[in-house]
Design a protein around this ligand. Structure first.
Ligand code: MEV
Length: 433
């Protein structure tokens, strides 16, 4: 068993790698992968990446792909997607093209409110706490003015602060529940700084005038943002759904709607259905330098808002019209954070023609809807494996270190044959005999 190490973070990058190799690897060539293959030769760029986090030893690449032909509110976008899963970008591109020919996507931002809370305990009477809160509320806001003044100048800031009594759930537990408008910033730092200032003022003032003891437990934004909501939708006449792989549009529409209805009522299916949506959402969130963990957490909480985990997308057939939409909470930023630091994030935002946060919310929601459309369309027609395995074919070939010539021959063979892992291996073996 390796010995614990102290002062690891103080070692240089090379020393860290040496320690890892000495401690965990017999094959010292591993350092080639880390250093020769993955360190960037541009020293300035490498240093930038090194300093994003602590204890960086190398870079971890994901492919950055693009899905063109997304018509959103009459504007045409090519959407950047950072993702490793083979079929996601292809599916997004296919869905974009399909809907481009049927009027495109419509998207609208419903609300943009963010939330943060100061969690505290208090052992006195609620009436006294309430009276104290009313007196101190203006000071909570004014004491935060150094933090809020720039945001306010741009039209954002603190929207409200409420005192919430949670003592029925947990003894002596209360909150300052604050709402914010953070405009084009995701706002995590802004919100957390405001909350910590609220907590300081609240505790200081309480010590002067309030009977009873207040203990601040923590001050932190919430990644559950049900009032930071965007909706994206597609619709067309059912007969217009007819296409190369939809022969019977009426049957397709019915089956598609049935699949969405199943995800609405059946949590086991809903989780996978929403996972497919997140394939699209996360890929764009990541490419644009946003926090996909925050988005994931908030989206899944929203999917459970009724008390049962359910689908984020919905489908309706009104007479002869097919309608398919998503409603999803997305706290995104197009300024601050990685947006001006990471060269590829800058590229991604430039590619999207420098969207503001609201436009990015719409683009990301559309990417989720498109992904879900592609998945449910495949699932209810050909099945998912046909397209999935075709895209996965290259991964299998790379795993067996196929040459370019072998790849060409195998890809040609599987244009007319079903791709399975063993069929690919057999074909490759035969070629190599
Ligand atoms: C795979 O990454 C995503 C799907 O499973 C989504 C779905 O089932 O709807 C294909």
């Amino acid at each position: 068993m390796p010995k614990p190490i102290s002062g690891f973070s103080k070692l240089s990058k090379s020393e860290k790698i040496d320690w890892l190799l000495d401690t965990y690897f017999t094959d010292k060539n591993q350092s080639k992968t880390l250093v020769e293959q993955y360190w960037n030769s541009d020293k300035k760029l490498q240093k930038l990446h090194d300093e994003f986090i602590e204890n960086t030893i190398t870079n971890f690449y994901l492919p950055l792909g693009v899905a063109p032909n997304f018509k959103i509110n009459e504007k045409l976008y090519t959407i950047p997607m950072a993702i490793e899963e083979s079929s996601v970008v292809a599916a997004a591109s296919k869905a974009a093209k399909f809907w481009l020919e049927r009027g495109g996507f419509k998207a609208e931002v419903i609300s943009t409110e963010k939330i943060g809370q100061v969690h505290f305990t208090y052992d006195g009477s609620f009436e006294k706490l309430e009276t104290f809160f009313k007196t101190v509320k203006p000071k909570l806001i004014s004491d935060a003015s150094a933090i809020t003044k720039n945001m306010e100048r741009r039209g954002g800031g603190i929207l409200d602060i409420e005192l919430i009594n949670k003592t029925e759930d947990l003894e002596n537990y209360y909150q300052l529940h604050a709402t914010f408008e953070t405009l084009d910033a995701m706002g995590a730092n802004f919100i957390n700084s405001c909350l910590e200032q609220f907590a300081t003022t609240f505790k200081d003032e309480a010590e002067k005038i309030l009977e009873g003891n207040i203990e601040i437990v923590m001050s932190i934004l919430s990644n559950y943002v049900p009032n930071c909501l965007v909706k994206a939708e597609v619709s067309c006449k059912i007969e217009d759904l007819k296409s190369k792989d939809i022969n019977n549009p009426q049957l397709f529409a019915q089956k598609f709607k049935q699949a969405v209805n199943i995800a609405e009522v059946e949590p086991f299916r809903a989780v996978t259905h929403n996972k497919g949506i997140m394939n699209g959402i996360d890929a764009v969130v990541l490419a644009t330098g946003n926090d996909f963990r925050a988005v994931e957490a908030g989206v899944h909480a929203y999917a459970s808002k009724s008390g049962q985990y359910s689908s984020l997308t919905h489908c309706k057939i009104d007479d002869d019209t097919f309608r398919f939409w998503i409603e999803v909470p997305l706290a995104l930023g197009t300024v601050g954070g990685l947006t001006s630091l990471h060269p590829l994030v800058k590229f991604a935002l430039d590619l999207l023609e420098k969207p503001n946060a609201k436009e990015l919310m719409q683009i990301v929601a559309v990417a989720g809807l498109a992904q879900n459309f592609a998945a449910v369309k495949s699932l209810t027609t050909t099945g998912i494996q046909e397209g999935h395995m075709k895209m996965h074919l290259m991964n299998i070939l790379n795993q067996f270190e196929a040459s370019n010539e072998e790849k060409e021959k195998v890809v040609e063979h599987f244009k007319t044959n079903i791709v399975t892992h063993s069929a690919v291996v057999d074909t490759l073996k035969k070629l190599r005999q």
